[in-house]
Design a protein around this ligand. Structure first.
Ligand code: GAL
Length: 718
């Protein structure tokens, strides 16, 4: 009797732990990338929405490493109609990513529910781009291909069956009692009966990120003009007011490449008509043409909810959802007829006459405004899946329209997700904490999205300048004056400094353009965390918070995060100062670093203090760097224009740099119409620095005019 009861119990225990375990079928899908399938994955997922082909050639060039983990340590189970995934986590490992977070870089020990939303001030997974991808400090990445809201326990759960279960501690007597005992797993709950999980090899975390980006088609390559200055004008501006503003920029000598028109360009907005307001813009085609003659492109604000006054309302209605947003019909963009009608209107009324891009608003949240999860879409795609992918669909299909015209676009979007890496859109939002804007910029580099710390208005000129100093080192240099009406010169005591910054951005255009080309061709994020930088060491010993036991009996020991300095392009380390600060500490990775402005030596693998006053944002340059600079133009060079370049070399190491070149406006680069010019800087036999640049390739675009070399840190100029 006793024996049979034990057997029964054993059988029961066996059932609990294994009854729902599912096999993960692994398959290599590209060099260094594997797909694991468990259960019955849904037919609609993030990759299906984006439908992008991996850049297999670039992935092959990165080599073919072996699977970075032990496959048997990745476990899938079915429970409660959901899929549970368990991935290994070792003691010293740190996790980065899980979307566009604003306050934290280290994601270990966090619980997140990844859900497309407007960021509300807490890193809880609800954000504009909750990309279900993470990268480990051990040098591998993991992506969950689902369009569901998933819950991530990033090393919080402690299982009884863990091989490394932490010892129980007694809080009464143990001063080191840990409220968060060591967890040996990342656990993820997906509300679906199956899922695909992708693993990306390293060996470095940056390699894993690059593989993720290349798997998603590589980063976007903006047109050159997209990297210039952009101003968004007040919402109800008329064509005359817009032109006057453009003229003011020109007359005052501030650069400007594109102007953003906010809701008032349309006859109706919230919901939208997608048709010009003929009282404010009586002759749209003429206006667009005149603006283009001034070298200014136009970007139009929309939110994709169709007003009954829109010319497309009747036609699109059969392809819209059961619910509305601000009473506007929501087009089901997974359906071809809906896309044809919706994007057809944008094409005919705006793109064909010459509009260069869109700002696609309100495709993220908030819950009260967006469609509820009970909404029914005619395609059968669930409201939840639509919420997770709507912004991706908007980006994909608007990009396609420009692609058909062989014209590049560069726009703004308030939501995104995995799969959108190659779409030329930059995320922004209504939240405005400067420090958090920088942390978002850092995190954008972990998840294949771009983010702008846009400038709107400021409490004082100091804040205005500090914000300008960071936005010029970001993917889009923008003043969003839709409500405030601010202009770069709005704070007169710093107006000249703002002009200098805007012109510096223009001078650095070849540097930014080449950085984006590396994003496109090699998957290298143009703006990224220090944690992805070789030689970056940070003190990893945990520090205990200082709140008293009474205040918080569960205070966690945390490792300090580096969320206020970042890498930009190949060589630059940006260390922003925020309002009220006049000095700061900067962690320099191993290797020599130099001051960007003067070329003087700054340090090597150490923490330095910098005090640069209001004048400058501290920027440091890697030893051997070559930074290409063009003249401080007011507009990006047009296709075919020749531009002189000064190559600035920093430090003692020989310089070797690849400068990217193409026409800057079309997609001809996809057919091979581009070149990488090799630039070097070395000491010659007389011990003087001497630069070389490879000859232009035959039948390839060549926009490089006269070339000049400068060794920074000396007055010597060749
Ligand atoms: C907000 C958007 C702002 C501005 C505004 C216009 O949703 O985030 O940047 O475009 O709409 O109504």
């Amino acid at each position: 009797m006793f024996i049979s009861r034990s057997i029964l119990l054993l059988f029961f225990a066996f059932n609990i732990s294994t009854a729902y375990t599912q096999t993960l079928h692994w398959q290599q899908v590209a060099p260094g990338i594997w797909k694991g399938t468990t259960g019955k994955p849904e037919t609609y997922d993030l990759l299906k929405a984006a439908e992008v082909s991996p850049n297999k050639e670039a992935l092959s060039k990165m080599g073919s490493p072996s699977f970075p983990l032990s496959q048997s340590t990745i476990i899938a189970k079915q429970t409660d109609g959901k899929t549970y995934l368990q991935l290994p986590l070792t003691e010293q490992e740190q996790l980065y990513g899980f979307g566009l977070n604003f306050q934290t870089v280290n994601q270990r020990e966090r619980i997140l529910q990844l859900h497309v939303d407007h960021y509300s001030g807490t890193d809880n997974g609800r954000t504009h781009a909750p990309v279900p991808f993470y990268v480990s400090s051990k040098g591998y990445g993991v992506f969950i291909n689902t369009a569901r809201y998933i819950t991530v326990y990033a090393g919080t759960g402690v299982r009884r069956d863990s091989d490394n279960a932490p010892a129980e501690q007694d809080r009464n007597t143990d001063p080191n009692w840990n409220p968060q005992p060591y967890s040996d797993a990342v656990e993820i709950l997906i509300p679906a009966a199956g899922v695909e999980v992708y693993v990306f090899a390293g060996p470095t975390p940056l390699d894993a990120v690059r593989r993720f980006n290349l798997f998603n088609g590589g980063g976007c390559l903006p047109p050159r003009w997209g990297l210039g200055f952009t101003q968004r004008v007040k919402s109800l501006f008329t064509d005359q007011e817009v032109m006057k503003e453009a003229d003011e920029f020109e007359a005052k000598g501030y650069p400007l490449d594109f102007i953003g028109l906010e809701p008032g360009w349309q006859s109706k907005s919230y919901p939208c008509s997608f048709a010009w307001d003929l009282t404010r813009f009586p002759q749209p085609a003429k206006f667009i043409k005149e603006m283009l003659q001034k070298n200014i492109r136009l970007n139009l604000w929309i939110n994709p909810y169709v007003s009954k006054y829109s010319p497309i309302y009747k036609n699109i209605l059969p392809y819209t959802a059961s619910h509305t947003v601000w009473n506007g019909a929501i087009p089901d963009l997974t359906l071809a007829p809906a896309r044809k009608i919706f994007f057809g209107q944008l094409y005919n009324a705006q793109i064909k006459p010459g509009v260069s891009g869109y700002k696609i608003d309100e495709v993220d949240g908030y819950d009260n405004w967006l469609w509820p999860d009970v909404t029914v879409f005619p395609s059968g795609v669930s409201a939840e899946q639509m919420r997770q992918t709507f912004a991706v669909l908007c980006q994909k299909y608007s990009t396609e329209i420009f692609h058909q015209q062989n014209k590049r676009t560069y726009g703004l979007v308030r939501g995104s997700n995995a799969g959108a890496v190659s779409f030329p859109y930059v995320i922004y939002n209504d939240y405005y904490k400067h420090e958090d804007f920088i942390t978002a910029l850092i995190n954008s580099g972990f998840c294949g999205v771009l983010w702008t710390p846009e400038v709107r208005a400021s409490a004082n000129s100091e804040e205005w300048l500090r914000r300008m100093q960071t936005v010029i080192f970001s993917p889009m240099v923008m003043i969003n004056a839709w409500a405030s009406g601010t202009k770069p010169w709005s704070y007169p005591d710093v107006a000249d400094k703002v002009k200098e910054l805007a012109l510096l951005r223009m001078q650095m255009m070849p540097y930014w353009y080449s950085a984006f080309a590396r994003y496109h061709f090699e998957g290298m994020p143009p703006f990224r965390a220090m944690n992805l930088e070789e030689g970056f060491v940070q003190n990893s010993s945990p520090e205990k918070g200082n709140s008293s036991l009474e205040e918080n009996p569960y205070t966690l020991a945390t490792v300090k995060e580096i969320k206020d300095q970042y890498m930009a392009g190949d060589y630059l380390l940006i260390a922003p100062l925020f309002t009220g600060e006049s000095s700061r500490k900067v962690i320099l990775p191993k290797g020599k670093w130099y001051d960007f402005y003067t070329g003087t030596y700054a340090g090597d693998g150490e923490i330095i203090s910098v005090s640069s006053g209001l004048d400058h944002i501290p920027v440091f340059v890697k030893d051997g760097a070559i930074i290409p600079m063009q003249p401080p133009l007011l507009h990006a060079p047009k296709a075919g224009d020749k531009v002189d370049i000064e190559f600035r070399h920093y430090g003692e190491k020989d310089g070797a740099y690849k400068l990217y070149d193409d026409d800057g406006e079309t997609f001809d680069y996809e057919k091979g119409a581009y070149s990488w010019r090799t630039v070097t800087m070395k000491r010659n036999s007389r011990n003087e620095w001497e630069g070389t640049i490879s000859a232009p390739e035959k039948n390839k675009p060549n926009t490089i005019g006269k070339v000049n070399w400068k060794q920074m840190g000396t007055d010597h100029q060749q």
